[in-house]
Every structure is written in C-alpha cells, then in structure tokens.
Design a binder for this molecule. Structure first.
Ligand code: 7TS
Length: 407
C-alpha cells in the first residue's frame, strides 16, 4: 500500500518551514530530496568504513569496494541490464552523455554522418552532440514536437536515413513532461542501423525501466533526481558496443598495465571509470534504489499520475493559466505561464508563500523557442507531494493573479 504520510516522515526536510510557512517542495525535476535512509547509510560509510576502493588489501577498503560492487548489482537489477559490466558509474546524466559523445563519437562518427536529437531535449542531450559534430564534421538533425508536447514521429521516416549513426532522446521531457514513445523510436532507428541513447534523467524516478526490453543501446540517469545523492549517476551501455569504444579519460583504475611504451586498458566497466569515484555516493545511490524499490515504481507511478491529474484540474481554475505540454502520456511535470506575468515574478511570489518551483528556460532553450517564450514556471512533483500541497499551489497562484489583476 502506498502511504504518502509514512513516506514523508522519511524526508526530514519536508517538515521545514521557509519564511514561517510550511515548505511546499515542487522542484523535484531539478533535484529531489533524500530520505533519511540514504543520508544515514552514507554517514555510516563516512564514519565507519571510509577508504578508497578497488586498491586496498585492508578491511575498510575491501568493505567499501564490496559495497560499491553491490550497488552496481542493485543498479543492474533496477534497470534490467544483462551484466554488471554494462553499468558504469559517472558523475551524472551530463557526464554520461558526454562520455558517449566522446567515446562512441571517436569510434563510430565520421564526416557526413548524422546524429538525431529531439527539439525538447535538455541542453545536456544537445550540446555534447553539437561538440561532437564540430569535431568530426557530422550533422545534427532534430525531430520537432507538436504544440501539445508530443513528438512529430510522423517525420521519423524522413529523418532516419542510413547516414544516421545515433539518436538521442529523452524518455521524459523535463519541461513538457511528455513520455516519449522510445520503443518505437528505438525500433525504427535500429532498422537503419543507428544506435539510440535514452536520457532517463526524468524517467527513472517515475516509471519502471527495463533496458533489455526497451532494447536501447545507452541509457543514462542521475542519482540526485532519484532520491539519491548528488555527484553520482549511471551510464548503461550494451556490452558489445562498450567493448568497441575507447576509454575517454585516462588515469588510475581504467588501466591493466602501464609502460611508457604501451598501456593496456582495464575491462568493463572499469575501462570507463578513471580515478577515484564518488564511492560513498555510489553506496548512497544503491540505498536510494533500495528505498524506491521498497515502495515500488508501479505504486509511485499510479500515485503521481493521480496527483498530476488533480494538479492540472486545480490549476485550470486559475485565470490566465496556459499549460506547456499536454501530451496523452505525461509525467508529473507541469510547466505553465499565467497571462503575461513574468515567470520569475510568479516564482518569487510563490517562494514567499513557501512554495518552491523552478522558473526560466529550464535548460531547454529550444523548447522555449518553440513556444516563443523567454521562460516558464515549472512545478515538478515527487512521490512525497500531496493534494494539500497542490491546494497550496493553487491558492498561491490565485494570489499571484489577483496581485497582477488577472481575472
Ligand atoms: N537530461 C534531462 C532530461 C534533465 O532533466 C536533466 C537535468 C539532465 C539531463 C542533466 O542532469 P544532471 O544531473 O547531469 O544535471 N534537469 C534539470 C532540470 O530540469 N532542472 O534542473 C536540472
């Protein structure tokens, strides 16, 4: 049974007040909060077991190493990967995508090749590909989206030619909340021989993932949006593909032997993990996944779906409300504008009421350009948000519209 009040008790920050008002945290798309279990597990490792991983003979080092490899197995199960060799720890989604852009790009992208992304991508899934295109003389193409926030998949046949080597697509848009039809995109990309990277940064905390069932070639996400720590994330890649890709950073850990004449590289996944990792962050990520699993992503998805619909209904009552993103399949991200009130005015006024939302370009300038706006206000919901908090948002928005004379 999904018990939101019980879940809230695991997140001490939700009991905080700001400006004397109860905190209403609706900025989960930027980063979620962490439950006690995650922070306590990390404290335990800092206080009792801290030692560098994969290189010690002593007890503490072995203990941390084992905990890291256990976390890798936890991630493997969480995303349904075939092997732990396919799970690479990184600093987050951004680093995971840069790793692929560099390493896959080095091995497989040449002049005249094409890379396809969507118009609704976060900058992290645009800029690394632009940099790659510049290095290699490749071309970046874009799948547009319709005003309702759904991808223009009818243009896929035209865009997906034999020249396309890689497609990068967000599973869930961080602005529009659209759950993209990634299975269909992957199938069609594979038909022309292209690989597909799925950006799961806004997906893993909302829907169950099975990378083998999706058949994606790469899948990336961050710990900190999944109720885990900052500074740690994951790159999943199909083993056969990762084997063919060169390392992207050199240093300790990623090598087998080093001679001045010739260095050989470590096996997967260590080939892509140069230097000391955030090994206690990795332990925290494993704990966050255990926490989410204990509640169950199906239960979380059902609860958030209900909350999303309640929120959209309540917000529709607010004069001047304009939603951005009303796709049929939508996650709990609500971006909007109120009449012609500037997004940062709305954000600042809500803040004074204790309500945390994000405003601005949301790291997705092309999405802003699509609608011809300089920014939006975004409320992004997590599993611990409640109908009461949605009511507080509704009342706050009513106050904002009153102040600006919108009726
Ligand atoms: N991809 C998507 C879809 C994202 O939403 C984000 C972060 C990233 C990539 C980058 O993740 P990072 O952990 O490497 O920074 N999105 C947001 C956001 O919507 N507001 O703040 C960060």
């Amino acid at each position: 049974m999904f018990d939101v009040e019980k879940i809230r008790k695991d997140f001490p920050i939700l009991e905080e007040t700001v400006y004397g008002k109860p905190l209403v945290y609706l900025d989960n798309g930027a980063t979620s909060q962490r439950p006690r279990q995650v922070v306590e597990k990390m404290n335990e490792y800092y206080f009792r077991y801290n030692a560098n991983v994969h290189r010690g003979v002593h007890y503490l080092s072995n203990r941390c190493t084992d905990a890291n490899e256990e976390a890798r197995e936890t991630v493997r199960q969480f995303i349904g990967a075939a092997s732990e060799r396919e799970v690479i720890f990184t600093r987050g989604t951004t680093e995971s995508i840069n790793l692929v852009a560099y390493s896959f790009g080095e091995a497989f992208i040449g002049a005249g090749d094409e890379i396809v992304v969507t118009e609704m991508e976060h900058h992290a899934n645009i800029v690394p590909w632009q940099m790659l295109c510049k290095r290699k003389g490749a071309v970046l193409k874009v799948i547009p989206f319709h005003d309702n926030g759904e991808l223009a998949t009818e243009q896929l046949d035209e865009l997906l030619t034999e020249r396309v080597k890689l497609v990068g697509v967000a599973y869930v848009s961080n602005v529009l909340g659209t759950v993209n039809p990634v299975r269909d995109i992957i199938r069609r990309a594979h038909a022309v021989g292209a690989k597909v990277l799925v950006d799961g940064a806004q997906a893993v905390q909302h829907l169950p993932i099975d990378v083998q069932e999706l058949d994606c070639d790469f899948f990336v996400f961050s710990g900190h949006k999944l109720y885990g720590p900052t500074g740690v994330g994951v790159l999943y890649g199909k083993e056969a593909l990762l084997e063919q890709m060169p390392p992207w950073q050199g240093g300790g850990e990623m090598i087998k032997t080093v001679r001045f004449e010739k260095t050989t590289y470590n096996e997967l996944p260590f080939k892509f993990e140069a230097g000391t990792p955030d090994f206690i962050g990795v332990v925290g990520l494993g704990e966050a996944i255990r926490y989410v699993d204990s509640i169950g992503l199906e239960n979380i998805a059902a609860y958030e779906h209900d909350l999303l619909h309640y929120a959209m209904e309540r917000m529709r009552e607010v004069p001047g409300m304009r939603f951005f993103g009303e796709a049929g399949d939508k996650s709990s991200v609500i971006s909007f504008a109120l009449g012609d009130i500037h997004h940062s005015d709305t954000g600042v006024l809500l803040d004074k009421l204790g309500i945390a939302v994000r405003t601005g370009q949301l790291c997705a300038e092309p999405t802003m350009q699509h609608y011809g706006v300089t920014g939006m206000v975004r409320a992004s919901l997590g599993m611990y948000n409640t109908r009461n908090e949605i009511d507080a948002l509704h009342d706050g928005l009513m106050k904002v519209t009153e102040m600006f004379g919108i009726r």
